[in-house]
Design a binder for this molecule. Structure first.
Ligand code: P6P
Length: 299
């Protein structure tokens, strides 16, 4: 049975990057335990985007950073839970992450996830998603799983009882099919085109799969190999809620590497140059024809 290390070695990935994924796997295992056991209460602080932090946000962020600080190959980090990018060493890899996306869903026992984009850069300002050398999402659900890409396709791993992530499926190929995850439905009030798009999916009898957690919702598309997740902006937040660096770019790299697409409605997410760490973007991600439908109908 292949684990992450020998899967990556089989692709000829250099040992430094294999080691970084080893650190990420260790962090994911620790966050998985925290999600299942730690306090989900609010800690009375907010992150630099004004979002109230729950104890788990802070704990997950600390678990991730502690693990990365042990790896000499990691030089720069940026986290949704930190106010700015931070140099933590001399290594060539720069990691941008949302340590626990959807943390507010833990207290209702919904699935949540970790999102990581890996770069070789001295600063995240100015980077594009296409500059990522790799990306990873972890899902904390009934099982703890990882999707990752090193730009040689996408592979899925499941954590076993021995603490190993074992290869479940590689070469994920996104086709077409009738699943939809229509986020930010409140945008329909001021955006008749979005209302028309959602009504199209309803009239065509698409199956609704929306949990309020982007990671499990995109994970569903990757495992079913079809479907679309939409999160448009609306008049009060024209760029929507989701962040380019910490959420959308890493997810978009995985989706495109699996043969899907990801757009902000006008351009590929992976072509968008980062202007600020907290930059948000609308996102339509999944099966190619569904993403195209979103772009066409929301033009
Ligand atoms: P809404 C979770 O808080 C998150 O950042 C994403 O994981 C998710 O897709 C989105 O927000 C949900 O937003 O507006 O449905 O609560």
């Amino acid at each position: 049975m292949k684990n992450i290390k020998n899967y990556l070695e089989g692709l000829g990935v250099d040992k430094e990057l294999v080691g970084v994924f080893g650190s990420l796997a260790e962090a994911v295992k620790k966050i998985s335990v925290a999600v299942r056991t730690a306090n989900t209460g609010k800690v009375g602080t907010t992150n630099s985007y004004g979002e109230e932090q729950v104890a788990l946000d802070v704990l997950s962020n600390n678990l991730m950073i502690d693990e990365l600080k042990k790896n000499a190959r990691v030089g720069l980090i940026a986290s949704e839970e930190l106010p700015d990018e931070e140099k933590i060493g001399e290594g060539e890899y720069a990691l941008a992450f949302d340590p626990l996306d959807g943390s507010s869903l833990v207290d209702v026992n919904f699935s949540v996830g970790t999102i990581v984009g890996l770069y070789k850069t001295k600063s995240f300002i100015g980077v594009k998603g296409d500059d990522q050398v790799a990306s990873m999402i972890a899902v904390y659900g009934p099982r703890t799983t990882i999707f990752l890409t090193v730009k040689k396709g996408v592979a899925h791993f499941i954590l076993n009882n021995e603490g190993e992530f074992i290869l479940d499926k590689d070469n994920i190929q996104i086709g077409e099919g009738k699943y939809f995850a229509p986020g930010n439905l409140r945008a329909c009030v001021n955006n008749p085109a979005y209302l028309e798009l959602v009504n199209y999916w309803i009239k065509e009898k698409y199956t609704l799969r929306y949990s309020g957690g982007m990671v499990p919702d995109v994970n569903h598309i990757l495992l079913k190999e079809k479907g679309v997740f939409a999160y448009p902006g609306h008049k009060d937040e024209i760029d929507g809620k989701l962040r380019l660096l910490f959420e959308c770019a890493p997810m978009s790299l995985i989706m495109e590497q699996a043969g899907g697409a990801s757009s902000d409605g006008k351009m590929r997410i992976l072509e968008k140059a980062l202007e600020t760490l907290e930059q948000r973007t609308p996102i339509f991600i999944g099966s190619k024809s569904e993403v195209q439908r979103c772009c066409d109908m929301l033009k």
